[in-house]
Design a protein around this ligand. Structure first.
Ligand SMILES: C[S@@+](CC[C@H](N)C(=O)[O-])C[C@H]1O[C@@H](n2cnc3c(N)ncnc32)[C@H](O)[C@@H]1O
Length: 238
């Protein structure tokens, strides 16, 4: 996550509409947005009148989020799932594949357990994750052109170059380098690692943590997930 350019290269999409629609269907009031990043979706949750707590370990991202309209109504926390209070939320949501940042089984199981602890009885745990069987990284690796952005502080043009280190132990590693397009100077470079878990492994981890009524949608049309779906959207109930 590079807060400087994140919103410019992650435009609003069908996935974001899906999350808003699923929350509406779930009839919830209090939400924790875990891994909220720059608040891309968080501020829409607040604008929809949910009572929102938003958490992310990236202080720079939270700083960007706090500058947005509707941010004043949100409780922002620089932290992680261990900072979630117990029995406090009707829904905990992790959008844009936050679930894939937890690289070890221990860290993933800890987040699932923390979400369970922080939900009220009957509360909803909702998140998306990419399907390893769809091998989306093979498409990513073909893209050798930079994304373009603008430095919001200076107005200078930026290029975002991605290089790929490949897949090992179901973790895909790549690097993003943001350069000043005029001078070629590196503005920021970040290593990214994403864990790809199977639908069965995730379902098992939710059931182990006592979540019930686990439902898996495929992509963004409220359809049941097929084997070859690009993404899975999990919805479990405490
Ligand atoms: C791809 S971004 C998604 C941001 C946001 N949810 C959205 O929809 O735009 C992944 C986010 O996960 C956050 N993250 C990394 N480690 C985390 C952790 N241990 N707990 C919670 N969030 C974490 C990153 O800082 C980053 O903001």
């Amino acid at each position: 996550m590079i807060p400087l350019v994140y919103d410019q290269v992650n435009a609003w999409g069908k996935d974001d509409e899906f999350f808003l629609a699923l929350l509406k269907k779930s009839d919830v009031k209090t939400i924790a947005d875990l891994g909220c990043g720059t608040g891309r979706l968080t501020t829409h949750f607040a604008a929809a009148n949910y009572e929102v707590t938003a958490i992310d370990p990236n202080a720079e991202a939270i700083g960007v989020a706090k500058g947005k309209a509707s941010s004043g109504a949100v409780k922002w926390i620089v932290g992680d799932s261990t900072d979630l209070p117990a029995n406090a939320f009707d829904a905990i949501i992790m959008t844009a594949n936050v679930a894939q940042v937890f690289l070890t089984e221990e860290s993933w199981e800890a987040v699932v357990a923390d979400a369970y602890r922080a939900l009220k009885p009957g509360g909803h745990f909702i998140f998306d994750t990419r399907n390893p069987l769809a091998k989306v990284w093979e498409e990513w690796e073909k893209d050798t052109t930079p994304d373009l952005a603008e430095n919001p502080e200076t107005g200078e043009p930026l290029e975002i170059w991605t290089t790929y280190d490949g897949m090992a132990d179901n973790v895909f590693t790549f690097y993003e380098t943001v350069k000043n397009a005029n001078t070629g100077d590196i503005v920021v470079r970040e290593k990214m690692e994403l864990k790809f878990r199977t639908r069965e492994a995730i379902r098992d981890s939710l059931e182990q943590a006592n979540f019930s009524q686990v439902h898996v949608y495929g992509d963004w049309e409220f359809e049941e997930a097929e084997q070859e779906a690009h993404s899975f959207i999990f919805h479990g109930v405490k």
